[in-house]
Ligand binder design. Structure first.
Ligand code: ADP
Ligand code: ZN
Ligand code: ZN
Length: 745
């Protein structure tokens, strides 16, 4: 009989999660020892008995077997919350490929020194009218931060201190100054019931309409009947999905259950959070990337101690250790940011479904443009589908014009604005209405080449072209390498070295040229590098401090701008990059979400889509706002070529210091899969080949793909490859796995 060994983590409450210890499993305990189970083990020199959790089981000993101690006993109390967290880590490791430690670190927060939890709230001291006057006064003096606080306090008599600090971007000293001026009071309390006290009672919660009631009741009925399941809500932006989430969570709390609410980081706005605070008071907590590790740990501890019922946050909020989880909501489930870009490369949507099934909880997914994955499963009856087609207020969907850029060029228009877009922008400027201009990608722009010989300026360390920035620097967006733009072509000496396509900076310049006097805000990865600058730009635009907002994908999400009546997409097809099978889906989502930004207020909106491929189906269906039409065509294509979600795909990336070694390893690994899994029908191995970007920071990148209809076959392939790599003890090479990738390597 083969021996079995358990990897055990000792006492996760007191240790940092960075080591696991191997123990032999005595025969009598073989059945009982599984990942997530609590065990007693001898530990250290004195073999003092300690408690630990099993994180993995294997047949290979890491040391000489006679030196490995045995598990003493299994705690038979049923799975604890900690045990469940470990089970989730094990699932992440097995399903996505990573080390045990990386998986544990993803799930368990690192222990920090605990300081006593202290909550603060901000109370306004003046009447609503006086507060409005004070806000106006600050505005006049250009004291923007103060004005933001006072404006928020016009409608709320009390607000959580943290919400103001984080989401209104106000420093502690600004709040202290306002306190000294007598406008507000900051109060400390160890506990308080409802941190938001609303002054404006007319703002009472909306009564759910029939569509909303139906979803809320159906999800709860399924839950009560013991078949929680997965529910997909397909509803246009503004159709009232958030009200549905709030309704379901409220009922769950009434039943003594807790809720996890996933929202992509960039959609975690003040307005959204305020709705949750208002509804659930101090039983809500938020995790986001601006929290320190200690603050994050505190939030997790509060959840464990039963002090909160709702945890809101991006991806990582998923691992909140609630004792009685009732529902996980994943808003904007199609968002790419739900997929982790580092190992374990888990997808929050799929992980939510797994966690919910471990806990017997419901899952609610919501989107205006559902992912192919979610809609496909709904289509096959694995998920329940709900459609919300109307906005409660009845505001109109915008009119969309598709402009063929080739035609513009033929007519002699060389500017980046089509005649239609120019005409409509002029109209908005004259009426004082706002415009959003959307450009598909940062840096696309910048690439520099010689007009005489065609030489392209490339990064010496990476296989990518350098981008030109306004300050005359050429920058590599992959490794940060910079050089001054040379005066002459390094290859032929010609002075005609210049950029081609337009980036956001160039768009901004073109606006200034064509519409002198227009006030422009720009938002892209460069202007939002500083923490909080993203929301600051959005806030300024919402306050109508600018006529035009120019930006990349970031601007199509989250905020509502009632003043925006025109959205222009400058080059719709820049995302239709051919070597990425999700290009069509991504383009459709971006265009649909961009169009959804127009006309959210009283006035109807218009959308101009400029493109070189007006006949591409993703452009055509987006212009018609026809999701089903798009889905039908896209899923037929995915089925034809065997891409996710119809089949599954495992991408393997090999990073190596020596190019030939990477190539050779790729060949060996693909041969191994072809040989050892030859009897599996429908298994396809593609590659190895140089990755889309063949070199980053002087490390060479090779990739290959394995496809099959069954996910577990790919997991098996991954396990074989992992074993191979372990036995090889690779030096100077690393191997990474990505299941159903969002981006090509
Ligand atoms: P989504 O999450 O789909 O974008 P929201 O739930 O944010 O939609 O709703 C959009 C707007 O409509 C919000 O201002 C919300 O208060 C309002 N709303 C939602 N449901 C109703 C309703 N049943 N009656 C009136 N207004 C509603
Ligand atoms: Zn040249
Ligand atoms: Zn570089």
């Amino acid at each position: 009989m083969t021996e079995r060994y358990a990897d055990v983590i000792i006492d996760i409450a007191h240790e940092k999660v960075d080591r696991v210890f191997q123990y032999r499993i005595p025969e009598a305990l073989l059945e009982a020892v599984r990942p997530g189970v609590q065990v007693r083990v001898p530990f250290g020199k004195g073999n003092r008995e300690r408690t630990g959790y099993v994180v993995d089981i294997s047949e290979d000993a890491d040391y000489p077997p006679e030196k490995i101690k045995a598990v003493s006993a299994v705690d038979e109390k049923g799975m604890s919350v900690e045990g469940r967290q470990i089970r989730i880590a094990y699932w992440l490791k097995s399903n996505y490929g990573s080390t045990t430690i990386a998986a544990l670190k993803t799930v368990l927060p690192v222990k920090q020194k605990l300081k006593p939890l202290e909550k603060k709230k901000v109370l306004r001291c003046l009447s609503a009218e006086e507060t409005t006057q004070a806000a106006d006064e600050c505005e006049r003096k250009h004291q923007r931060a103060k004005a933001r606080v006072l404006a928020a306090l016009q409608t709320e008599e009390e607000l959580p201190y943290e919400l103001i600090r984080q989401k209104l971007h106000v420093t502690a000293s600004t709040l202290q100054a306002l306190e000294r001026q007598g406008y507000l009071r900051i109060e400390r309390e160890t506990c308080y019931r409802n941190p938001v006290r609303t002054a404006d009672r007319s703002e009472a919660r909306p009564v759910p309409n029939q569509a909303q009631r139906h979803i809320i009741e159906d999800v709860l009925a399924d839950y009560r009947a013991g078949r929680p399941g997965v529910h997909l809500v397909h509803g246009v932006t503004g159709s009232g999905k958030t009200e549905v989430y709030l309704g379901i969570i409220e009922e769950m709390i009434a039943m003594g259950k807790q809720a996890i609410m996933l929202i992509p980081e960039i959609a975690l706005t003040y307005q959204t959070l305020l709705r949750f605070y208002k509804r659930f008071g101090d039983r809500v907590s938020v995790i986001n990337s601006t929290l320190s590790a200690g603050e994050r740990y505190d939030q997790i501890e509060r959840a464990k101690a039963g002090e909160i019922d709702v945890m809101i946050g991006p991806r990582s909020a998923l691992f909140t250790p609630f004792a009685n989880l009732g529902v996980i909501v994943v808003d904007e489930e199609h968002e790419n940011s739900y997929k982790s870009e580092s190992s374990p490369r888990y997808h929050a949507r799929e992980t939510a479904v797994e966690i919910a099934s471990l806990c017997g909880a419901s899952v609610v997914l919501g989107s205006a443009t559902p992912s192919m994955e979610a809609y496909y499963r709904a289509d096959r009856g694995e998920y329940k589908l709900y459609e919300m087609k109307e906005r409660p207020g009845g505001s109109m969907l915008p009119a969309v014009y598709t402009i063929d850029l080739r035609e513009e060029l033929k007519q002699g228009n060389r500017s980046m604005f089509s005649r239609k877009l120019k005409e409509l922008m002029q109209d908005r400027l004259s009426k004082g209405e706002q415009t959003i201009l959307f450009l598909n990608r940062r840096g696309y722009a910048g690439f520099i080449s010689c007009r005489s010989c065609g030489h392209v300026m490339k990064c010496p360390h990476c296989d990518v072209s350098l981008s030109e920035h306004r300050n005359g620097m050429l920058i590599c967006h992959y490794c940060g390498y910079q050089e001054r733009k040379p005066a002459k072509c390094p290859s032929c000496g010609s002075p005609y070295l210049m950029g081609f396509k337009a980036g956001t900076e160039q768009v901004e310049e073109a606006i200034h040229r064509e519409f002198p006097g227009a006030r422009v805000l720009r938002m892209d990865a460069d202007t939002t590098r500083r923490k909080d600058s993203y929301e600051r730009i959005l806030a300024a635009f919402a306050d109508e401090e600018a006529d035009v907002l120019v930006g990349t994908q970031m601007i199509v999400k989250g905020h509502d701008f009632p003043g925006v009546t025109l959205v222009g997409v400058l080059a719709a097809d820049l995302s239709l990059n051919r070597n990425d099978y999700r290009a069509g889906e991504r383009t459709f989502q971006l265009l649909t979400q961009a169009a959804g930004r127009a006309g959210r207020g009283e006035r109807p909106g218009e959308v101009v889509i400029q493109t070189y491929q007006p006949d591409h189906y993703s452009v055509v269906y987006a212009a018609k706002q026809d999701y089903q039409g798009f889905y039908g065509e896209e899923i037929a294509y995915r089925a034809l070529v065997g891409y996710p979600p119809v089949e599954h795909m495992l991408a393997v990336l090999i990073v190596s210091r020596v190019q030939e070694e990477g190539e050779a390893l790729g060949k060996e690994m693909t041969d191994l899969v072809k040989r050892e899994m030859a009897d599996i029908d429908g298994l396809r191995v593609i590659g190895p080949a140089e990755a889309a970007i063949g070199k980053i920071s002087d490390l060479y990148r090779h990739t290959f793909y394995i496809r099959h209809g069954a996910y577990k076959i790919l997991v098996e392939a991954k396990d074989r490859l992992e074993n191979f790599c372990r036995e090889r003890e690779l030096k100077g090479q690393t191997v990474q796995f990505d299941f159903d990738p969002m981006n090509t390597f």
